[in-house]
Design a protein around this ligand. Structure first.
Ligand code: NAD
Length: 507
């Protein structure tokens, strides 16, 4: 980096104990504006000492927050929700600025984030314990859920708002203190909504942000006073987080990547399938873990008709700046991400795939932005890299099969199992598919089968490691520990002269 950049580019900070804290390390990362290719800010990378100090701050805050009545905690969440609604335009702008996604897409992400705050507002219902009366000898037995203390969340770049909010709102509602490590590519959004937590009345130290890279993550993973870590990101890192976290005796929920298929049956409403594919496949420049990557038309005629309709529409898609209302999707997160997707396209062509629509040189206003146009490849085969791996950019593929059984086998043999959908008019085909498919989130005639906030979210196979949850009702279980209490308040004095050595029984 030259000296001029160092002078003009804003240096970001951490958010610890309710205050902005300058990073003490000399290590910084560049945050880009993907729409222009310019550097937006420099983000500090925290040291192990900075992480350790943050844990101490959070530990103190967690003690008081745990004792705060559930009603008071939920009041804070209500205010946080209202502030998000009031600040939607500002948040959407920040998301677009640092991630490249369009403002309307960013607003969709904010709406889904609010859904997870809504679920957290219902935490009292999910935290109710169980009670059994007179299980034996006037003893009543009950179980309660208590917060864990300090919990950590490590977030990806592609949802700068929704994922961090969804990962942490329930943790806060359950009475924990949180340390969030946002993606170093999109730290501004999280720093901004930290101020909203503060304005909402969340006590200082319950909510903290540590910016950083692997060094900060490793400090979190090895810290003895962080009993639970939730992670969302690529499969390679998810597996690492899961294994390292478990080795250090933590609860870990680690969500990874995906390769999501859409089966198109011969009886499907083809226009609906084509439109659904386009939105779900190319929205957000395909940078969604639940983006549809592969169309799987069943039968040659279905494939020919589907590809013909799809090609015309894909050619019309417009890529451009996050704040241009006329574009369908924005830039990729970095130049490196763009180069990686182009490499997949070129390699697949060499391997025999047919390039139906070439988006490698899109017409855009700002050529320095990390833009890649909508690309479609047909006749992709299961052995090709572009099929086997998650491609986080707008290069989508068609894999032709001859039967529903072949489609199910294809998908079940893939290493990922995040999302999948089928388009059909046949109930028994849909039933066979939903019963036999080895995928965690399944759709029938819907484009992206993302569950609403009050159902559990999560993939199978290498899309999720561990049984932990961070979206949906099981999240309340993940962020609490259960305690079972047996107590006796006898009406009459108990004859305690005789010592009993037998194993306690309730007879
Ligand atoms: P990423 O794995 O590169 O980064 C995620 C987080 O891990 C970041 O905070 C990053 O700082 C940290 N990290 C990166 N490398 C690390 C390392 N070697 N050691 C420790 N920590 C490290 O992911 P990304 O590129 O930011 O996000 C895109 C990925 O996230 C895609 O694979 C996408 O499918 C996935 N994703 C999954 C879900 C889901 O719910 N399953 C949701 C959103 C995104």
């Amino acid at each position: 980096m030259n000296t001029k950049e160092q002078v003009t580019v804003e240096k970001l900070y951490h958010f610890i104990g309710g205050k902005k804290r300058k990073g003490r390390s000399e290590r910084f990362g560049k945050v880009y504006k993907p729409s222009t290719g310019d550097i937006l800010a420099l983000v500090p990378y925290a040291t192990v000492e900075e992480v350790n100090e943050t844990v101490e701050v959070a530990k103190k805050a967690a003690l008081d927050w745990k004792r705060t009545s559930v009603g008071k905690r939920i009041e804070v969440l209500h205010r946080f929700r209202s502030l998000i609604v009031e600040e939607t335009d500002k948040i959407a702008h920040l998301i677009g600025l640092e991630s490249g996604k369009t403002i309307s897409d960013a607003k969709g992400e904010i709406a889904r984030g609010i859904e997870s705050v809504d679920l957290a507002i219902n935490a009292p219902h999910l935290l109710k314990g169980e009670y059994s009366v007179n299980v034996g000898g006037q003893i009543n037995s009950y179980s309660i859920k208590q917060p864990l203390g300090v919990v950590a969340a490590i977030a990806p770049f592609n949802f700068p708002f929704m994922v961090p909010v969804a990962m942490t709102s329930m943790a806060v509602a359950c009475g924990n203190a949180v340390i969030l490590k946002p993606s170093e590519r999109v730290p501004n959004t999280a720093l901004y909504f930290s101020e909203l937590w503060k304005k909402a009345g969340l006590p200082d130290g319950v909510w903290n942000i540590i910016n950083g890279d692997k060094e900060a993550v490793d400090a979190i993973l090895s810290h003895p006073d962080i009993p639970a870590v939730s992670f969302v990101g690529s499969t390679r890192v998810a597996q690492y987080i899961y294994e390292e976290g478990c080795r250090n005796h933590k609860r870990v929920a680690a969500f990874g990547g995906g390769k999501n298929h859409m089966i198109i049956m011969p009886d499907a409403d083809l226009d609906l399938a084509v439109n659904s594919f386009i939105g779900a496949a190319y929205g957000a420049a395909s940078q969604r873990c639940m983006a549809i990557s592969a169309a799987v038309p069943v039968g040659e005629k279905t494939a020919e008709d589907f590809v013909a309709k799809l090609k015309t529409k894909v050619e019309e898609l417009k890529v451009g700046s996050f704040n241009d209302e006329n574009v369908d999707f924005g830039a990729l997160i970095t130049q490196e991400a763009k180069d990686t997707v182009i490499k997949y396209i070129e390699e697949s062509i060499e391997e025999g795939a047919y390039l139906c629509v070439d988006g490698r040189n899109p017409k855009v206003k700002n050529e320095k932005g990390f833009y890649l146009g909508a690309t479609l490849l047909d006749h992709v085969k299961p052995h090709m890299h572009i099929y086997r791996e998650e491609v986080f950019g707008p290069a989508r593929i068609v894999v032709r099969v001859n039967s529903l059984e072949e489609a199910i086998d294809l998908i079940n043999n893939h290493e990922y199992g995040n999302g999948v959908t089928i388009f059909t008019a046949n109930g028994s085909a849909a039933r066979k598919f939903t019963e036999n498919i080895e995928v965690g989130m399944v759709g029938v005639n819907v484009p992206i089968p993302i569950p609403v906030g009050y159902h559990n979210f999560g993939g199978w196979k290498r899309s999720k490691f561990g049984e932990g949850h961070m979206f949906g009702p099981d999240t309340a279980r993940f962020f609490t520990k259960s305690k079972t209490i047996s107590e006796r308040w006898p009406e009459t004095k108990i004859n305690d002269e005789k010592v009993v050595f037998d194993f306690p029984s309730n007879r």
